[in-house]
Design a protein around this ligand. Sequence first.
Ligand SMILES: [Zn+2]
Ligand SMILES: [Zn+2]
Length: 1024
Amino acid sequence: MYNELKKTEAVLAKEWEQNNHLERTQKNDGRPDFVFFEGPPTANGRPGIHHVISRTLKDSVLRYKSMKGYRILRKAGWDTHGLPVEIAVEKQLGLKSKKDIEDYSIAGFNELCKKSVFEYEALWREMSQKMGYLIDLDNPYITLDNNYIETVWWILNKFNEEGMIYDGHKIMPYCTRCGTGLASHEVAQGYKEIKTTTVYVKFKRKDADESFVVWTTTPWTLPSNVALAVHPEQTYVKIKHNGETLILLKGLLEEVIEGEYEIVEELKGKDLENIEYHQLIPEVKADKKAFYVTNAEFVTTDSGTGIVHMAPAFGEDDYAVGKQYGLPVLQPIGLDGKFTETQWKGQSAMDTDPDIIEYLAKNNLLYRKQKVAHNYPHCWRCSTPLLYYAKQGWFIEMSKMRDELVKANETVNWYPDFVGEKRFGNWLENLNDWALSRSRYWGTPLNIWKCGCGHFMTVGSREDLAKKAIGDVAGDLELHRPYVDEVILKCEKCGGEATRVPDVIDCWFDSGSMPFAQRHYPFENVDVFENQFPADFICEGIDQTRGWFYSLLAISVFVKGRAPYKNVLVNDLVLDKNGKKMSKSVGNTVDPFEVMDKYSADWARWYLLYSNPAWTPKKFNEDILAELGSKYFGTLKNLYNFFTLYANTDSIDAEKLDSPYESRSELDHWLLSKLNRLIGEVTSAMDSYDHMRSVRAIQYFVVEEFSNWYIRRSRRRFWGSEMTEDKAAVYKTTYEALITVAKLTAPFAPFLADEIYVNLSGGESVHLTTFPEKNEQYISEKIEKRMDLVKDLASLGRSARESVKIKVRQPLSKAIVDGRHRDLISDLAPLIMEELNVKDVVFEDNLPLYMEFSLKPNFKVLGPILGGNIKHFSKELSKLDQGEVAMKLENGEAIEITVEGDTKSYTKEEIMIAINSKEGYTVRLENNNFIILDTTMDQNLLNEGYAREIVSKVQQERKAMDLDVADRIVVKFAADEEFSGAIEQFREYVENEVLANVLEKVDSLEGKKEKLNGKEVVYTVEKA
Ligand SMILES: [Zn+2]
Ligand SMILES: [Zn+2]
């Protein structure tokens, strides 16, 4: 007996756990390894639908590879450090600044951070189990772990030994509230429109009574000005205006100057170089030569005045030019965003604009001001406007490794390849140094100690720390702030005391270290590491190109000289169904738990893989999920239920049935051919990480070929009561196809596939079995070609019937098929007859006997092109052999037509083909394939139509009564002479079809009343 399908996904997931699926896939028993690295999520937030996507992609690959015979370690990971964690705790404690945190105590603060990172761990566990993501959550790598940190230190120490760590400045967008720099992708999230007062300012020359006119949108940066920049090749002018002499770009005169002026001189930008001017706001002292004109190519000539104010403390270009000219950096603004000197000391820089403008006006330094609305970046976390700030920090000199990284990337297979070549490749080619340090609290502490003598040193392990420390270091010292801050090292150079640089590191360095740190390499597990590096496969979102994909590559190439991954599958964003970004504030997010509860994990997974390639943005549409799920899984269940219903009735164990290939029918051979082709297709798709191609191929096979053709065509073969060779063949073939489909489906939709497999085979689990191998011997081009043609003709025939509204139940006398198919399928004519319910199939060479083609120009397309000549075109077209041309066009060929001496090619796009069947026929044409049905009816055909109608109604009634397939019945009916005569004529047929012991005509009857083919019929059905 085959069981019903009734296990819930939760029950199946429990069984997998009880049967140790995870341990068994991870067990080292001589199988080759397939190495996978899990990108670590942060568990301080709820998992979202986008996590389900990348996990479905990963899990499908891993399940597939497991079934292919690989051993796979599925170690989970947690990213636990970083600012988002701190922000959450700050909010919870109501802390507003770094000073608040320090007043609260760093130890206490970090303790709360540590707790909060696992706040949602249970929910992540639940999601993994619910969606069937097999992952080892009991032995994860955790970035806050002491061993993990020790490996990270070991790597950083190695960088320092190579001389690649340095202390420098970097202009970075900086949030004064959060007290930290932002990465470029973070900046992109926070643009808001603000109104600012911009100013045209006059910088007065030292050696002449002339002024440079300069425009700035940030007056608060003017006290930090050290130079001006002009474009060396552009033309500048001196003008007389309101009694003053002003200098600016010639091309911007009209936009800047209001009122009369007179040009007195033209000069090139390079002629202005080195001209000195008076410091605009002489409040901050410069310790180097400053306040002169520089030349710079970046100066734009389409806005402003063509002369740019330079404050190296606040701009990347400014900083670069400053370095080139040896300019000082004037930094009167602290990290809290407030002035530390000048008369505006203590004021928040961004709020100082009005005061500074007033100062300029009072000192005759203002030419004019202008209110401008522009997009300005704000902190995406706290909405504070960002400062571009030259921040001191620690860097890794990655630019030195640019070529090596580019080369290593070339060894990686990216799916899709353009991400690796373009997006990632371009990023590597323009690689900057890695800004490593963060002036924060909760993170891997930077392992740099600095001495008063200027020397700095790094430590590479706990042992190293103890060795270099002054005094004892506890063996179990927690490698976090503030504990490591308290350790003082003895300076290697002068013997003095070195204290730790209080920064923590970029958490991307943490996650990028995972190939090493997850094994506590090189302190432990050297073998495991060597065996598990590099990864065969990783998969994460497109946003990781500058995140984890990069940090992994950079660290691994440095440590091991090679890329850490061989294949990278990249998935794109999830959007709502209208293509809008999902966000909590808009309320268009999708809760993965709700979706899985409502539809099942199988449906959700199938939909996510089916609907688009992983690497294009996904518009999440619940309606399509529902439709697709019911189509695929509904069909699969129906197939299973159909098979097991008959197999149980016949008490058949299909596994034990003997049915050699040769003794099976052509239809069986066709299904086996398609099935093996499918195995090949899914295997090749999955070997190139193409989930969509895989699931689409599987679904097409199951719905269109297996269910809609094979089983529909084979239904009757299950009916007979004796076990014939043919019955054995259909059982065996259906069984094999179901088992194979379960195996093919298993990696993508692991639940139902497992239940089907276990129920049918008695095996332990589909996930512990092997993936099907394609058997070339079963693949037959010829059988497929024949059957596919018949299948296509049948489908055309059905739509031909629809077009004249004749039901398939009404028999017709004949179908006419193109004579050129005679050799290929004439022996399959009975199949077409049955499929289309026609009495005969005729292969006909002389088609014009039954239909005529007529060709007309497609006015919509050709009208605009040909204009008045379309009439001539029509005329030329009508002269051609319409049938012949129509066939050519249907074949995708072009035809040549000469209109008014102009010969051109035309295709099906431009010419409309109308087919008219002759009186008494109907025709359907598609892709150069057609079928013609003879629609003339005689009494015999009509009578058979009536008989089939009553059979159909009684069958429905049997179903409604929930009768067993073998139950016999009594049927009574009342109808007119013609209808009763028809039933009499087909009595045997009707009785056999519906299993009627009695089929009796009565004069009148209380029962179901229906109109069958226009005749009023009353009938009753009872169990015999
Ligand atoms: Zn902020
Ligand atoms: Zn020293």
